[in-house]
Design a protein around this ligand. Structure first.
Ligand code: ZN
Ligand code: ZN
Length: 388
């Protein structure tokens, strides 16, 4: 392993690499600082990283690891492991698994209901906020709703909004290539969580710099979350979810802490990750047979409507992230519709029915509606007669 050097923006490399000084200072389209990556690296360093990466890939050990281990495990290897993340995420999962039976025996209906509520809020923040509102601009939201979405997102225990949005925009633009942060061609484990345990592919860092994030940084809510990220994450992922059931509902504090900070947190993370792994591998392609994302009902159920992923990659600007608006398998759409009714959300974008129909006929795999897509019953179209 050759860990990347941590360089604060515009600081230590200015003297020796003047040509890239300007870029270092202005470059925030780089890598996730909150998950231990470099905040900013120079072009020279990036080239050196690419060289090391290629050298390792082509070495005897590298080739063996790719050819043999990748076949056995489905996980392709490269040489830049982020040990801090391996430790943090590994410990979180192991401790949760070890203590699982404590929750089962000691949990009360209040524990389950509260975890369900917090998990739902976190999911709402990720799907309706980071994903559909900020990444894809699929609808517009007023300030109070954006603040609610930001707070909910902070309950999910994930990266900063900025990093999340940039990574997802790269994912859509360069799906299933080296530049895709969770390239599913590198196997299920990599697409699910492995991508957070390895330093990003140099191609991903390079392409990340080309992503326009000006609209995101123009939003004061995102800037606030970026500025106070550690505090907000601690408060909304750990403190509030465990203190409220203890203080107000008389729950045992340890039980409250364990069920919310461990089990609920692990489930929230994995449900989100399933969109990158399972929803790029297991399912049908009724909208475009040429791409890898698929329709997966089970992912949709746990990820609040984000598993209709073949459709979503074809029409990423649709605020429903699915063609059909059945709320049972798309809870986030229900909430966005509700906020639209009270005027807090507007400009809900959707492709025309005709465009979807033509796309299905031209590129679909023939599984739409009556095939194996397993959509539940269609609800009436919103522009004519949508009901709550
Ligand atoms: Zn995807
Ligand atoms: Zn998306």
């Amino acid at each position: 392993m050759a860990p990347g050097r941590d360089i604060s923006p515009g600081a230590s490399v200015q003297g020796k690499d003047k040509s890239s000084t300007k870029e270092i200072i202005t470059d925030t389209n780089n890598n996730a600082v909150s998950m231990g990556d470099d905040k900013s690296i120079s072009d020279r360093e990036l080239d050196a990283y690419m060289e090391r990466y290629n050298r390792w890939q082509q070495s005897a050990a590298g080739k063996w690891a790719q050819d043999k281990l990748a076949d056995w495990t489905g996980l392709k290897f490269d040489n830049e492991i982020k040990w801090k993340n391996v430790f943090l995420l590994g410990t979180l999962h192991l401790v949760t698994a070890a203590l699982f039976f404590v929750y089962v025996w000691e949990a009360t209906p209040v524990t389950y209901l509260w975890c369900f509520f917090v998990g739902g809020c976190a999911g709402f923040g990720v799907t309706a906020g980071a994903h559909r509102l900020w990444t894809h601009r699929a609808y517009k939201a007023n300030l109070p709703l954006r603040v609610i979405l930001m707070c909910c997102f902070c309950m999910s225990g994930q990266n900063t909004l900025y990093d999340w949005i940039r990574d997802h925009r790269i994912h859509h633009k360069y799906s299933e290539t080296d530049a895709d942060p969770h390239n599913s061609n590198r196997g299920f484990f990599f697409a699910h969580v492995g991508w957070l345990l390895l330093r990003k592919h140099p191609e991903c860092i390079k392409k990340g710099r080309l992503i326009d994030m000006s609209d995101i940084m123009a939003d004061p809510v995102v800037r606030f979350q970026e500025k106070y990220f550690p505090l907000l994450k601690t408060l909304f992922t750990y403190v509030i979810p465990s203190v409220i059931p203890w203080y107000f509902f008389g729950q045992d504090f340890m039980l409250s802490f364990l069920s919310n900070c461990l089990l609920r947190n692990v489930l929230t993370l994995n449900f989100t990750w399933l969109v990158n792994s399972a929803a790029h591998m297991y399912g049908s392609k009724p909208y475009d047979n040429r791409i890898q994302p698929v329709e997966n009902k089970w992912v949709s159920m746990v990820a609040m409507g984000e598993g209709w992923h073949n459709y979503h990659h074809v029409f990423p600007w649709d605020y429903k992230a699915a063609e059909l608006g059945d709320y049972k398998v798309n809870v986030s759409t229900f909430w966005i519709d509700l906020f639209a009714k009270i005027g807090w959300a507007w400009d809900l974008k959707e492709p025309s029915k005709e465009l979807v129909k033509r796309t299905i006929a031209k590129y679909g795999d023939g599984t739409h509606i009556n095939g194996k897509i397993e959509h539940l019953a269609e609800v009436p179209y919103p522009e004519t007669q949508k009901t709550q």
